[in-house]
Design a binder for this molecule. Structure first.
Ligand SMILES: Nc1ncnc2c1ncn2[C@@H]1O[C@H](COP(=O)(O)OP(=O)(O)OP(=O)(O)O)[C@@H](O)[C@H]1O
Ligand SMILES: [Mg+2]
Length: 366
């Protein structure tokens, strides 16, 4: 006797998404279930192509269904449909979604103090998400010191159409907009709040972004006008806070966290950058700035910890050459650390986006 749909779904109910803390059947992940004799096929539709547990879920689903009597072959396809965290006004922020109707999630990358690696982290996270198959935009909101064009070796200017809308520059699957595209080299921006506000507005609503799963926003350091404008203009999914491991950096990072909380914008997680230094010659580990401080701080504050990025010369060299480590050395330990942090970030976005559907099973408290 042939296996039934009911039996297969019952078996698949044993498979739980560990991030969403629910089984993949009740989450609605199983699509196109077909039974042909002793062959079963279906798709698992994940909430992000960068799901950190995609292979694990596929294997668990395969073994759950393979055990059923009368099943000899199980064909599973992994697909994804990124959910938007900003369609529901209750989720975050005070701004209007009408400015960015085609963008599902906005993720600013922030820090309390300068030079901790926000731009490096932003560009590598955005690339990692794009490499996993997501549609990703990268907005360089550091209008004073835009570095994204240099990090990606971009020299061409974006297009501007007859309605003054900017066509982003495309690189490695990313849609990119930066103030650097509109400045002459060595030109300094000296703007007051209202002008900055207008630029942020223009970079959101005046850009032909197209359909995006994630818009990563590289912020200037600190807690100033750009951060304020962003959170006022649109509902953001949640910020990523970058910190080095030193106590002093962590103390300032807490200020950035406090600012987002004040603006009613969630925090998706903390990334520790310039974590332990591993000597490329002898492999010896040296905790120049200490290590694990950001993880402990995140735990203390009840904020997810997304990962540690080592202090590694190849990261700096790759950035200087306009080909970030994710592109130039995707198999290196540093690139793997970025991929892992990007996956953890994508998982946190999914949790946020599904919060309404998941309650009371998953409670996210920040
Ligand atoms: N993990 C790392 N290992 C080695 N070098 C790094 C690492 N992260 C960043 N850097 C280097 O540190 C410098 C500062 O990084 P970056 O420009 O990304 O910081 P930032 O926080 O964006 O700075 P700002 O506050 O000025 O915008 C750059 O030269 C960059 O290449
Ligand atoms: Mg920067």
């Amino acid at each position: 006797m042939s296996v039934t749909q009911e039996q297969i779904l019952n078996a698949l109910r044993q498979v739980k998404d560990p991030d969403l803390n629910r089984d993949i059947v009740s989450l609605g992940f199983i699509k196109g279930l077909e039974i042909e004799g002793n062959r079963v096929s279906f798709a698992i539709e994940l909430t992000t192509p960068a799901c950190p547990v995609r292979d694990q879920l596929k294997e668990q689903a395969r073994s759950a269904v393979s055990c059923l009597p009368g099943v000899f072959q199980v064909d599973i396809t992994l697909t994804s449909q990124v959910r938007s965290s900003i369609v529901r006004p209750s989720v975050a922020g005070t701004g209007s979604i009408s400015l960015i109707p085609t963008i599902k999630n906005v993720i600013p990358v922030a820090s309390g103090k300068g030079g901790v690696g926000k731009s490096t982290v932003s560009v590598n996270l955005a690339l990692a998400l794009a490499k996993r198959g997501a549609r990703v935009g990268l907005m360089d909101a550091d209008v004073y010191g835009p570095t994204i064009p240099t990090l990606l070796g971009i020299t061409e200017a974006p297009t501007v159409d007859e309605h003054n809308r900017i066509g982003p520059v495309t690189r490695e699957g990313l849609q990119i907009v930066s103030m650097g595209f509109f400045m002459k080299p060595d030109e300094a921006v000296i703007w007051r709040g209202p002008m900055l506000h207008k630029t942020v507005q223009q970079f959101l609503g005046g850009v032909l972004w197209g359909e995006l799963d994630y818009l990563v926003v590289d912020l200037p350091p600190g807690t100033g006008d750009v951060q304020l404008s962003l959170c006022q203009l649109i509902p953001i999914t949640g910020a990523v806070i970058v910190s080095t491991p030193q106590d002093v950096a962590l103390n300032v990072a807490q200020k950035a966290i406090a600012m987002f909380k004040k603006l009613n914008a969630p925090i998706l997680g903390v990334i520790e950058n310039m974590s332990a230094y591993v000597c490329p010659h002898c492999g010896k580990r040296d905790d120049i700035f200490g290590t694990g401080g950001a993880r402990k701080a995140a735990e203390r504050l009840g904020i997810p910890f997304l990962g540690e990025i080592p202090l590694a010369t190849p990261i700096r060299v790759a950035s200087d050459e306009g080909s970030p480590i994710i592109l130039s050395q995707p198999q290196s330990p540093s690139a793997k650390a970025f991929f892992s942090a990007a996956e953890q970030l994508a998982a946190q976005v999914s949790i946020r986006a599904m919060q309404g559907e998941l309650q009371p099973q998953v409670k996210v408290t920040f």
